[in-house]
Write a new protein. Structure first.
Ligand code: NAD
Ligand code: TYD
Length: 352
């Protein structure tokens, strides 16, 4: 296999760090470049074990800074780009939508343009892969699944910005011939997730004996995917997905929020040696998220049929591994929840 330079944007974030780790180990003859601004969500502590690997490079950079992006692309040819850098949290997009438009939309277009200029019509063996979300499809009722044909119907500033960036990626394919591929994935969970998202926030609160804030009636439903399995799916789609196509990725693992939080409470009680019901006593229903999507569910048949991918982690096992990781990495948790996190948290939950 020929050596390749692969650029991963957002590689210091949650999914990005798992993907970087996966690629660095699986493809020792590739050089994996991690381009990340290190926002509140990006953290080089997520990659300590990867740093000594000879085929890993980190570049601190902002996809909104066109000059630096151009300088990087002038200096280094890339065979492929997997683009994950984004503002990723729905609640933050409600508090401050503009950063989502800037990073997710303008930042994506900046990266598309940098790739187009560098490749200059020589697209053989090149690939621009955009990592997107199932939230672009909107909200489901009690039945049905999102397929690749489901019309886009984003409802939050986050999902609107991801839908827009997907459209720009497709437009660069149709207009300029850029060899792109897109995947739309359901909710990920696992180690290194920033504790503003449901599962690590609940783990953090159980550990610190704070209320567990369940939005609305707790009946909103998400499909959950073990992040390590998402990284494997990205690898497969990057190498074998068809150019110009979209692939849905899901865990086939739907949970109502309240049921998931109750299961997590059970897991935490077990790990902490507490009597059953201790953590669940912290559950607290709070005012709903504005525009809260009711249900997401993914039909990932295309990925399974075309590329043979299938998730297999069970929720109980995945939650146990996740919770154990947060217990074993209390310094990480402490570090990421100090400083600016507090300000966000107070804005988000005060008076709820
Ligand atoms: P994250 O918030 O944990 O990480 C985002 C990373 O992008 C961080 O390292 C951050 O520093 C970096 N970044 C942000 N702005 C940047 C900029 N201007 N320039 C360079 N780097 C910048 O996000 P995540 O949960 O790992 O999600 C990664 C991608 O996957 C996102 O595009 C997200 O939309 C998508 N996605 C996430 C999920 C999920 O459940 N988390 C599901 C489907 C799709
Ligand atoms: P989240 O992890 O923010 O992911 P997304 O909004 O992208 O699906 O939230 C997952 C679900 O959990 C969602 O229905 C909102 C809900 N939720 C709560 O009930 N309480 C919380 O404190 C958070 C962060 C989320």
């Amino acid at each position: 296999m020929s050596p390749k330079n692969l650029l991963i944007s957002g590689g210091a974030g949650f999914i990005g760090s798992h993907l970087v780790r996966h690629m660095v180990h699986r493809y020792p003859h590739y050089t994996i470049w991690n381009l990340d601004k290190l926002t509140y969500a990006g953290n080089l502590e997520n990659l300590r074990d990867v740093e000594p690997m000879p085929n890993y490079r980190f570049v601190k950079g902002d996809i909104l800074d066109r000059d630096s992006l151009q300088a990087l692309f002038d200096q280094q040819p890339f065979d492929g780009i997997i683009h994950l850098a984004a503002e990723s949290h729905v609640d933050r997009s409600i508090l401050g939508p503009l950063a989502f438009v800037e990073t997710n939309v303008t930042g994506t277009v900046n990266l598309l343009e940098a790739a187009r200029r560098q490749w200059d019509g020589h697209f053989a063996d090149k690939r621009f892969y955009h990592i997107s979300t199932d939230e672009v499809y909107g909200s489901l009722g009690d039945t049905g699944f999102f397929t690749e044909q489901t019309p886009y119907d984003p409802r939050s500033p986050y999902s609107a910005s991801k839908a827009a960036s997907d459209h720009f990626v497709s437009a660069w394919h149709h207009t300029f011939g850029l060899p792109v591929v897109i995947s739309n994935c359901s909710n990920n969970y696992g180690p290194f997730q920033f504790p503003e998202k449901l599962i690590p926030l609940m783990i953090h609160h159980i550990l610190t004996d704070q209320p567990l804030p369940v939005y609305g009636d707790g009946q909103n439903t998400r499909d959950w995917l073990w992040v390590v399995e998402h990284a494997a799916a990205i690898d497969l789609i990057y190498h074998q997905g068809r150019t110009g196509e979209t692939y849905n990725i899901g865990g086939n693992n739907e949970w109502k929020n309240i049921d998931l939080v109750r299961l997590l409470c059970e897991v935490m009680d077990g790990l902490l040696g507490r009597s059953p019901g201790t953590s669940a006593r912290l559950i607290h229903f709070v005012r709903d998220r504005p525009g809260h999507d009711r249900r997401y569910a993914i039909d990932a048949t295309k990925l399974e049929k075309e590329l043979g991918w299938k998730p297999c982690m069970s929720m109980k096992e995945g939650l146990e591994q996740t919770a154990r990781w947060y217990l074993d990495n209390s310094e990480w948790l402490e570090h990421v929840t100090s400083g600016a996190y507090r300000t966000y948290y107070d804005q988000q939950y005060r008076g709820r």
